[in-house]
Design a protein around this ligand. Structure first.
Ligand code: GSH
Length: 215
């Protein structure tokens, strides 16, 4: 039995979508971020970074979204949420998963947490950090658009739906209030809607009570 520590729409959304996709038993444990539960000793004992998600699988306590995705793929190989180990497709799968977590997600965190990069009291400075983050993120979304063109879709890697697809939906969703959101790119927007239409994803969004616009 898995336990997923989560916050609605947070980085935990991808592991949650994967758990629903796998159809395995799991328990959801909300983290009260508004009241700083992520900084309390009990949570820090699970993740010393004070960040969600955390996945507990028996004696295993795991943090970092991409690591959780890989663990879920590895423990459920028949679900086909990752290409075969050793294949070129698997190598590209690793590349996209790592790029999503350390490049696009990281740039999005700059946008959502400008106070990590300059004094919160400097309103103009904070706005400038956010503006620059949006400018940096634009070409990253273009890369996803180009990959869908190259792979021919319907999924990021082509014919196989893998863990990178819900990851792209989660991060694409985070751009929903941008001047140029992910949904406005033709192939990427269609991809987000395809992922969103999956029954497992619909169930996840309902459970997290995510409101419109969904992407
Ligand atoms: N690299 C981490 C980042 C996770 C992350 O940034 N989580 C955010 C929510 S989306 C969080 O828990 N923030 C708590 C805080 O900033 O205090 C991962 O992917 O697991």
């Amino acid at each position: 039995m898995f336990t997923l520590y989560y916050g609605p729409g947070n980085a935990s959304l991808t592991p949650h979508m994967l758990l629903e996709e796998l159809g395995v038993p799991y328990e959801l444990r909300p983290v009260d971020r508004k009241n700083g539960e992520q900084h309390q000793p009990a949570f820090r004992a699970l993740n010393p970074n004070g960040l969600v998600p955390v996945l507990v699988d028996g004696d295993l306590v795991l943090y970092e979204t991409a690591a959780i995705c890989l663990h879920l793929c590895d423990t459920h190989p028949k679900a086909g949420l990752a290409p075969a180990v050793g294949s070129a497709e698997r190598a590209h799968f690793y590349k996209w998963l790592v790029w999503l977590t350390n490049t696009l997600q990281s740039a999005l965190i700059t946008y959502f947490h400008p106070e990590h990069f300059g004094p919160a009291s400097d309103t103009a400075g904070q706005a400038s950090i956010q503006e620059h983050a949006q400018v940096r993120i634009g070409p990253m979304l273009d890369q996803l658009e180009a990959q869908l063109q190259k792979s021919g879709g319907p999924w990021i890697l082509g014919q196989q739906y893998t863990a990178v697809d819900p990851y792209v939906l989660m991060l694409g969703r985070w751009t929903r209030n941008f001047e140029r959101p992910a949904r406005n790119l033709p192939l990427l927007g269609a991809h987000l809607r395809r992922v969103l239409a999956r029954p497992a994803v619909q169930r996840t969004f309902e459970q997290e009570e995510l409101s419109q616009p969904l992407v």
